[in-house]
Design a protein around this ligand. Structure first.
Ligand code: BGC
Length: 767
């Protein structure tokens, strides 16, 4: 292929317009004369869904490894593992001739009902960002491009093709964008996929602010923005907004729209040229990757299956364990529930993979030599079945322990619509209750792609293992964990609430009249439960092990630091139990005092550490300025405010083991932002404002007290004068006083503004 710049110059407008719309369900338009080959895309994210027929969107796909879905990968908190999975996905994609794999999905889990939560990493933007970077690095190391999706604010499936999201700027910047930002700025994905929904009235596919201003200009994204499949309504408006490639194709009508808009001046040729240049650059990258590594990607299917098994195991979360697990193979065990034999390995929709094989826990337990009896437990169609329950109870009674396998049925967790409730199907709840009543040594094994309400049965069972949508090799991983061949080490990447009514989005989800307002703002997930001091079923970051860990000797590299410095936080982690295990240590930052409201704590670092019994390791986590910063919408930038911060190291968001305090001596320098309407408190919070106002305050307070008929300044007419004045705009205060020179209140404030911030302070201050 010739250089993309030269190719661009040689193209006619018709060719250019044709290039920005797909050629088929999965490919871009080729230009044989210029040596430009089509770029081939496939879903993603947890396996390659390669549909050989380019015209078909949903035909049966070629066999591929079905890795655990994002919820399970995220629960591993293991960036190295996620990188390995990314690389394996890259190898499989390359072997099938796929240039771009459509993933990862990095949208934040705003509500546990989100239909695609199984495909997304976390409720926490930092964790989602770190994992996305690792996943993309791994994938792209194999010469296959990623497509970070769905940009942005696709946090529910209900009305996903039309819903208009209203979100405030801080929540956008601090919660919903950071995972995309980390992915784009650090991992440099080949493509970013826009979301279907609207944001602030505009479709994401036609959103100049998101696509052009934020993604391309602010973050410097040099790849290709591709539409979600069918997300474009007005192709010309989308090109103008920065949407480079529309998929799928062909859409001759949309090509014509672009030509018409060029002809009548609605679309500038430079905008089309930019989109074409980006398509050509990715085509070139793909071609180079294909040429450089021909045949290098012979896939070792068995090795990938083993990796899928390791990943499934690493992400399983032992939610509860009152001395029941692990079990031993020499005691009779009742295995109840059809998902022991027919496991749920993934969710529904475009991510569905045609697995190369599927392991089930039943066979894997038998292979380990377990003495088992089986009962189906619940009917496939979930109708109540007293007979199946009776059989299950009999099996449980005859054994020394019971494992009850339950799962959210496949179609309940899918792209395109949301879950309607948090609970398990009634037939499964009834089964758990009946078995637990007959056999006190009962463990529940749960396959779901997200949080489940367990209140009806949790207290009656001693153990619960969350195995997620665990991928094709999950059955083997389950057997190993249940029998203690491996200690569970996953931790929740999302809070399990007690009830749906407790969740932060409860009152505003799913929206009405086509709109959803993210009223909870920044307070998503644990940020909300922390702030409300609200109990949850299982907190963010929670997960048990067969061993125990001690956290000791926290040390911070600097007690006091400046904006621009990095801080190393280190501590010792010891395996204090009898078996080997891995611990996910988490570092949260709490801002002691802040001008803008902040969540009580936020995750800013973590490490997964494997330790033999008795072994100790020193863990070091690095923080940078962003770890301490909030986004200030007034200044339109990230601000780390001078002052004290507390560093909290723990085994979960509610199990903090170590604390340290550090001081940011000099925070982010901000431009002078006081205005005529600024309050006294704001004047005093600004160093320059304080310098000019403070000398005047004494006389002003005296004057006020006098005017209010009190000699005692602090008790003027029964009120606290300081509190009365603090949040009053300076201009209102001056309004009470005639200046000696006869200046108006506004002129007095302007004079101070000029003295504090320079001649043009008042005009320069942002609105
Ligand atoms: C989904 C995307 C997917 C695309 C292609 C869309 O419906 O939202 O995640 O990559 O289809 O299958």
């Amino acid at each position: 292929m010739t250089d993309p710049k030269e190719t661009l110059e040689r193209l006619s407008v018709e060719q250019k317009a044709a290039l920005v719309v797909g050629a088929s369900a999965w490919t871009t338009v080729p230009l044989p004369d210029s040596g430009v080959e089509p770029v081939r895309m496939s879903d993603g994210p947890h396996g390659v869904r390669f549909v050989a027929d380019e015209k078909a969107m949903t035909r049966e796909s070629e066999p591929a490894t079905c890795f655990p879905t994002a919820v399970a990968l995220a629960s591993s908190w293991d960036v190295e593992l996620v990188r390995e999975v990314g690389a394996a996905l890259g190898a499989e994609a390359a072997a099938l001739g796929v240039d771009v794999l459509l993933g990862p999905g990095v949208n934040i889990k705003r509500t546990p009902l989100g239909g695609r939560n199984f495909e997304y990493f976390s409720e926490d933007p930092y964790l989602a960002g770190e994992l996305a970077v690792a996943w993309i690095d791994g994938l792209q190391s194999r010469g296959v491009g990623a497509s970070v999706k769905h940009f942005a604010l696709n946090n529910q499936e209900f009305q996903r093709n039309s819903i208009d999201v209203e979100v405030d700027e801080r929540a956008l910047r601090e919660i919903y964008l950071p995972a995309f930002e980390a992915a784009v700025t650090r991992a440099r994905p080949w493509t970013v996929m826009c979301a279907y929904n609207r944001v602030g009235g505009a479709l994401c596919s036609q959103h100049p602010r998101l696509l052009d201003d934020v993604l391309k200009r602010e973050w410097g994204f040099d790849g290709l923005v591709v539409s979600d499949w069918g997300a474009v309504r007005d192709r010309a408006a989308a090109v103008a907004a920065g949407l480079d490639l529309e998929m799928p194709g062909p859409r001759p009508g949309h090509v014509q729209e672009v030509l018409d808009a060029l002809a009548d001046g609605r679309l500038a040729l430079e905008r089309l040229d930019e989109a074409v240049a980006r398509v050509l650059r990715i085509a070139q990258r793909a071609q180079t990757a294909r040429r450089e590594a021909p045949g290098a990607h012979d896939v070792d299917v068995s090795a990938h299956h083993r990796l899928a098994r390791r990943a499934a195991q690493d992400g399983m979360v032992l939610l509860k364990n009152d001395d029941l697990l692990p079990l031993t193979v020499d005691r009779p065990l009742a295995v109840i529930g059809r998902t022991a034999k027919e496991p749920k390995v993934q969710g529904g929709g475009s991510s569905r993979v045609n697995a190369t094989r599927i392991d089930d826990a039943w066979s894997a337990l038998l292979e380990l030599g377990a003495d088992l009896r089986y009962a189906e437990g619940w009917a496939a169609d979930l109708r109540p079945s007293p007979e199946l329950v009776r059989e299950a109870v009999d099996a449980a009674r005859q054994a020394e322990a019971a494992l009850v396998f339950v799962a959210l049925p496949g179609a309940l967790e899918s792209e395109g619509y949301d879950r309607t409730e948090l609970g398990l199907p009634a037939a499964q709840v009834e089964l758990i209750q009946a078995v637990a009543a007959a056999q006190p040594r009962t463990a529940v094994v749960l396959n779901s792609g997200g949080a489940v309400d367990m209140r009806p049965w949790l207290s009656s069972v001693p153990a619960v293992l969350q195995a997620w949508t665990m991928g094709q090799a999950g059955g083997g991983a389950l057997a190993e964990v249940l029998m203690g061949r491996a200690s569970p080490s996953g931790k929740l990447a999302e809070t399990f609430p007690l009830a749906i009514e407790d969740t932060p989005a409860f009152l505003s989800y799913p929206g009405e009249n086509g709109r959803v307002r993210y009223d909870e703002g920044l307070f998503v997930g644990y940020r909300y439960y922390d702030a409300r001091r609200q109990s949850v079923l299982f907190p963010f970051g929670h997960g048990l092990s067969y061993t125990t860990f001690a956290y000791q000797d926290i040390h911070v590299s600097e007690a006091s630091f400046d904006a621009g410095d990095t801080i190393d936080v280190s501590f010792s982690l010891t395996n204090t139990g009898a078996v080997a295990g891995s611990e996910v240590a988490q570092l949260y930052v709490h801002d002691a005092v802040s001008r803008l409201r902040r969540p009580p704590k936020e995750l800013k670092g973590f490490a997964k550490v494997s330790l033999e019994p008795g072994e100790t390791q020193r863990v070091t986590l690095r923080l940078d300025m962003r770890s301490f910063a909030y986004y200030d919408p007034t200044h339109r930038r990230w601000v780390a405010e001078a002052g004290d911060f507390e560093l909290l190291v723990g085994a979960s968001s509610t199990d903090i083991r170590l604390r340290a305090r550090i001081t940011l001596a000099h925070g982010t320098e901000l431009p002078f932002a006081l205005t005529r309407e600024s309050s006294i408190r704001e004047w005093l919070a600004d160093t320059r404002g304080k310098a000019v106002l403070e000398p005047l305050l004494g006389p002003i307070r005296q004057g006020m007290a006098h005017a209010m008929g009190s000699a005692d300044e602090s008790q003027a007419i029964g009120m606290d004068l300081d509190r009365f004045l603090m949040d009053m705009p300076l201009v209102s205060l001056f309004g009470f006083q005639e200046s000696e020179a006869g200046m108006s209140a506004a002129a007095l404030v302007d004079d101070l503004l000029a003295r504090g911030g320079g001649d043009h302070a008042a005009e320069e201050a942002p609105a």
